[in-house]
Design a protein around this ligand. Structure first.
Ligand code: T4K
Length: 408
């Protein structure tokens, strides 16, 4: 429990105002969820004995089958991470020119395009679900546009129907960044089945993790075949390559971790859902702060707890709250501030992009990801909510302090 004030009432107990941090150890947003350690060890021992460590090993194949079955898709091609998966897809689809994507996403998506010599064109998002706005996308299509690359940010589906229709009408490819959306559904169908392909991430910080890892899921037989070649240098047999490839393979130890994490999925969703509900209840009476909601009509992984801070209503703005939480060792994150368009190299390539991205800038300035997952207990959440409540009570003092710090 965090007391809002010390017993003297002179000095609040908040760390930013001179108190002791509520948590001795940092609480990370991305602390990994893990499965059964014994099951992981057994797989590693087996892999060790068989001396098969990578290159289409047994565990990678099993992992691919489990993921494809969950989604209900024909092919899952596992990769070393999602960034490489995006690059391989862009290359395999032969995309050139411009590809439209959100700026409100992890910079890896833009970088993967740029790295492949394709121009990332940043489009604004919808205010309510933080995903690409189909009307804005339509207005940004040029003769150089070859594809639309929406993301399902925080696992909430993009407007798949409108974006798919738009792509079909304009003769464009559509493929999705589903890095956050494993285990989530759209109109009752699992995400991963849409567009030419969808890309998943199994990074340590993700809902299901393989330490590092990614995958492309698709129903396109030819594309899947080419992705398999391309992630393995382009080899079609021992001494022959038919086209250029890279090394994008997932290792056996990563697949062993992925399988173990996969088996814990029901437990992880349950904990995530419980934590999300506890934050919602703990914060509901505070002005100007709200949790983003997940549709109860769909399946969801509840992996991200995202609060929006409305600085017109709340006594502190998002950054003042962030500073307060960090002093307590609650390492909340501003995903995805400041937007890709304000990061190098895009900030200098498109210095005026912000004027075309009003919702991106608004949302990026008010969201905060809070720690959740297996290591976050209800007691921890109660304390975090108390810290936020106390911060609001001492907003005047915190504000003057953070202003002083910003000026120094
Ligand atoms: N598309 C989207 C929409 C994405 O969000 C991402 C990745 C990608 C594509 C590309 O996927 P990958 O190529 O990574 O498969 C983290 C993750 O590294 C990144 O995977 C993720 N999105 C992004 C949203 O978050 P950072 O720069 O915030 O990572 P980092 O190192 O600061 O870690 C986050 C927190 O997690 C830290 O506070 C520490 C904690 N942590 C991290 C690791 C690795 C742990 O407690 N234990 C750990 O093992 O990007």
């Amino acid at each position: 429990m965090v007391a809002a004030k010390s017993t003297t009432t002179e000095r609040p107990a908040l760390a930013i105002l001179g108190g002791k941090p509520a948590f001795a150890e940092p609480l990370h947003v991305g602390r990994p969820n893990v499965g059964n350690y014994g099951a992981f060890q057994e797989r590693v021992a087996d892999m060790w004995d068989r001396r098969w460590l990578t290159n289409a090993g047994r565990y990678v194949e099993e992992f691919e089958q489990r993921v494809a079955a969950l989604i209900g898709v024909k092919h899952c091609v596992a990769t070393c991470n999602a960034t490489a998966a995006i690059e391989i897809v862009v290359h395999a689809l032969g995309l050139k020119g411009e590809v439209i994507l959100p700026s409100f996403t992890f910079v890896a998506a833009a970088n993967a395009l740029q790295w492949q010599g394709v121009t990332p064109t940043f489009c604004d998002i919808e205010a309510d679900n933080f995903n690409l706005d189909p009307e804005r996308v339509a207005s940004m299509i040029t003769p150089r546009t070859t594809a639309i690359f929406p993301a399902h940010i925080f696992g909430r589906p993009a407007d798949i129907e409108a974006l798919t229709r738009l792509a079909a009408d304009r003769g464009l490819t559509v493929f999705f960044d589903a890095a956050h959306a494993l285990g989530c559904s759209y109109q009752g169908e699992m995400i991963g089945r849409f567009g030419r392909a969808e890309i998943l991430s199994f990074h340590a910080t993700k809902f299901i993790n393989s330490m590092e890892g990614g995958a492309v899921v698709t129903n396109d037989d030819d594309l899947a075949h080419r992705l398999r070649l391309m992630k393995n240098f382009g080899f079609t047999s021992y001494d022959r390559t038919d086209e250029i490839g890279i090394n994008g393979k997932m290792t056996e130890v990563c697949a062993a971790m992925g399988l173990t994490s996969f088996e814990a999925m029901p437990e992880i969703v349950e904990i995530n859902r419980r934590n999300w509900g506890a934050y919602r209840d703990g914060l509901k009476k505070l002005p100007g702060i709200s949790l983003i909601e997940y549709s109860t009509a769909e399946q969801h992984n509840y992996h991200y707890v995202i609060v929006e801070v409305d600085s017109q209503q709340a006594p502190l703005n998002r950054d003042e709250l962030l500073l307060t939480l960090h002093r307590e060792n609650v390492l909340a994150r501003r995903y995805f501030w400041p937007g890709c368009h304000r990061m190098a190299p895009y900030a200098s390539l498109y210095p005026n992009a912000g004027s075309c991205l009003p919702q991106t800038e608004r949302v990026a300035g008010r969201v905060l990801a809070l720690p959740t997952g297996q290591t976050i207990t209800l007691e921890i959440i109660e304390t975090i909510c108390e810290i936020i409540s106390a911060a609001f009570s001492y907003a005047g003092r915190i504000r003057s302090l953070s202003l002083t710090q910003a000026q120094s």
